[in-house]
Design a protein around this ligand. Structure first.
Ligand code: C2E
Ligand code: MG
Ligand code: MG
Length: 584
């Protein structure tokens, strides 16, 4: 152990030496200096395990002495030697980077050695803590906090020097899949390998940081312009061209990079990181494995999203949604046999909005869940109203978002809503999307079974546009397939659409499912569908969605296939639903 003793008083030195000698520690090497100037010189040229420091030296006193030692070697643990009178002061400076203190002439060699060992340990854990505060323990590169500090400093420098900073923000595409399939440990190993490769594509002055999870950032200080940042982005992407070997597996993974330039896009460093994040999401949206520069337009899109999202929050409260109904015409008799409820938003400033204008925001923000329940409720209320005013009762198809379908008690919500209005479940058809049915098949199968037990009919909407798996289709208790408008549109126009329509119709026939075609606009389409056994159609050719009040005219011109079960007293249904609940 190498000790630097900084002490000007010869008696104190003699006492300490005597104490240590008595301990008979062979490996102790003591270097003594009598001034701060000599201490600093010794620290510059040698590595010491600990510094024993008398605060009052000829050329330095008090806290200044501590600071001078720390500046000379920030990694050396310090034990202060205090006189009897300065104990309070010694304790006070423990909080300022001193690891321990000894009162001169007190104690013996054992206590002195113990203090030294303790100081060394304490310094080590302090360093570890400050490392963890600034660095990512897994990859040992700077963490988010460090990165933000540096970014702030760099932007101050850039502002003064009129320089540009490039900021790249990226994450690994589908990294979650790696974690989910190979385990978190394998994910960590992969991250480590990725960082090793990334280090090769940044210059020594650039700052590479792990911001969390699989998110990374690179700061390029003092760049010529966007092209320099683009070059680094391309380097980053090329790092992923070769696969990574994890044990016996070869893993191919890509990244998506967002780029922003200071001060072109903003001069606030925190917004800068945010902008790069926004740009990265655009890169992901455009198919991943590429980079995107932040643009003001992206920023506006985000603002627009937040505006719609907050308007949506009030829309239910303010009763701004309305439902329109589109008839489905049975092809066997040309009569209206069902309706599809379609959501519209009467926005106080923007006017009448179609689902395309707000549904994705509602889904992303989760607002779709209460909205979906509102739709179901409103449909039931409408049926009840029609029953009471003598309007012929038709089955109504209701679109169900994946978020609603995935609620574990969705079937109970359906049952409760129907019960509240006394609606026979056969009058409701729930339209599910293929994406709802994609995930874990066991869960989906159970959810479908529970829904089926409530007595409602189940349809797959936009069939063929997502990932249909014919095998599952056979196992799912589905009643109806809806051919998507995009395929119907191509009927008679190209072979592709015609082939798909024909295919869906034949699947329907062989699995004994009803087929409804959407978006029928002309005679040609209608003729084809009729000829190939399509059950019913909906579309402009008959009627676009209309308000409830306009349905009477349509019923008059087409007639309806009125429903055979009258709406019951709500209480009856409540009893029925309790019983069916017990049977399960
Ligand atoms: P969808 O369920 O496939 O509904 C059919 C869409 O095609 C409706 O658009 C309808 O107005 C439109 N359409 C029907 N026939 C024709 C036609 O001949 N020509 C043309 N050009 N369009 C036709 P809409 O009402 O804008 O709804 C779009 C989508 O929004 C729906 O597609 C559905 O996925 C979703 N959606 C609508 N209402 C709800 C709802 O209450 N809840 C949920 N979760 N989604 C809904
Ligand atoms: Mg639909
Ligand atoms: Mg559809």
């Amino acid at each position: 152990m190498k000790i630097l003793l900084v002490e000007d008083d010869a008696n104190d030195v003699a006492f300490l030496k005597a104490c240590l000698r008595r301990q008979d520690v062979k490996s102790v090497e003591l270097v003594r200096v009598a001034s701060m100037a000599d201490a600093v010189g010794a620290l510059k040229n040698n590595q010491f395990d600990v510094v024993l420091l008398d605060l009052n030296l000829p050329d330095s006193t008090g806290q200044n002495s501590v600071r001078s030692i720390q500046n000379a070697d920030s990694s050396a643990p310090i034990v202060v030697l205090s006189g009897e009178g300065d104990e309070d002061f010694a304790i006070e400076i423990l909080n300022r980077g001193v690891q321990d203190y000894l009162v001169k002439w007190e104690g013996d060699g054992r206590t002195i050695l113990r203090a030294i060992r303790y100081a060394i340990e304490r310094k080590r854990s302090e360093e570890r803590l400050s490392f963890l505060a600034q660095y990512d323990p897994l990859t040992e590169i700077p963490n988010r906090r460090h990165f933000q500090d540096q970014l702030e400093r760099a932007s101050t420098r850039a502002r003064r020097g009129n320089k540009q900073i490039g900021l790249l923000f990226f994450d690994l595409d589908h990294f979650k899949t790696v974690n989910d399939t190979l385990g978190h440990q394998a994910g960590d190993v992969l991250l480590g390998m990725v960082v090793e490769r990334l280090k090769t594509c940044v210059r020594s002055g650039d700052l590479l940081a792990r911001l969390g999870g699989d998110e990374f950032a690179v700061m390029l200080e003092d760049i010529e312009g966007p092209l320099a940042a683009e070059a680094v982005a391309k380097n980053i992407l090329s790092v992923f061209e070769k696969s990574f070997t994890l044990g016996s597996r070869d893993i191919s993974i890509t990244a998506s990079v967002g780029i922003t330039i200071y001060p072109n896009d903003t001069n606030d460093p925190m917004t800068l990181l945010n902008n790069a994040d926004i740009a990265m999401y655009q890169a992901k949206d455009r198919g991943r494995n590429n980079f995107k520069f932040f643009t003001q337009h992206m920023h506006e899109e985000i603002i627009e999203y937040h505006r719609l999202e907050s308007d949506l929050r009030n829309a239910l409260l303010n009763d701004e949604f309305v439902l329109m109904y589109q008839p489905q015409i049975g092809l066997a008799d040309g009569k209206v046999q069902a309706l599809e409820a379609l959501l519209r938003w009467n926005h106080p400033e923007r006017g009448f909005l179609l689902p395309a204008e707000f549904l994705s925001v509602a889904e992303e923000s989760g607002h779709i869940v209460p909205i979906g329940l509102w739709v179901l409720e409103r449909v039931c209320r409408q049926l009840r109203e029609w029953q009471e005013t003598g309007v012929p009762l038709l089955r109504i198809a209701v679109n169900i978002a994946p978020a609603n379908f995935h609620q574990s008690d969705f079937h109970r919500q359906v049952e409760a809503t129907l019960g509240r209005y006394g609606i026979p479940p056969g009058l409701i058809e729930l339209e599910l999307t293929e994406s709802s049915l994609m995930e874990n098949t066991d869960n989906v199968q159970n959810a479908l079974r529970r829904l089926k037990l409530t007595g409602v009919r189940l349809a797959i909407d936009d069939f063929g546009t997502g990932h249909s798996c014919l095998n599952y289709l056979r196992q799912f208790p589905i009643d109806v397939l809806k051919i998507d408008r995009s395929f119907v549109m191509d009927l008679g126009r190209n072979e592709h659409g015609t082939a798909i329509c024909g295919l869906v119709l034949s699947i329907g026939r062989s699995l004994n499912l009803e087929v409804v075609a959407e978006g029928v606009e002309n005679e040609t389409q209608l003729a084809y569908l009729k000829k190939h056994g399509c059950g019913s159609v909906q579309g402009q050719y008959f009627s676009m969605p209309v308000r409830p009040g306009e349905l009477a005219a349509i019923f008059e011109s087409h007639g309806t296939k009125a429903n055979k079960h009258p709406v019951r007293d709500p209480q009856d249904t409540a009893v029925v639903s309790v019983q069916s609940g017990r049977n399960r």
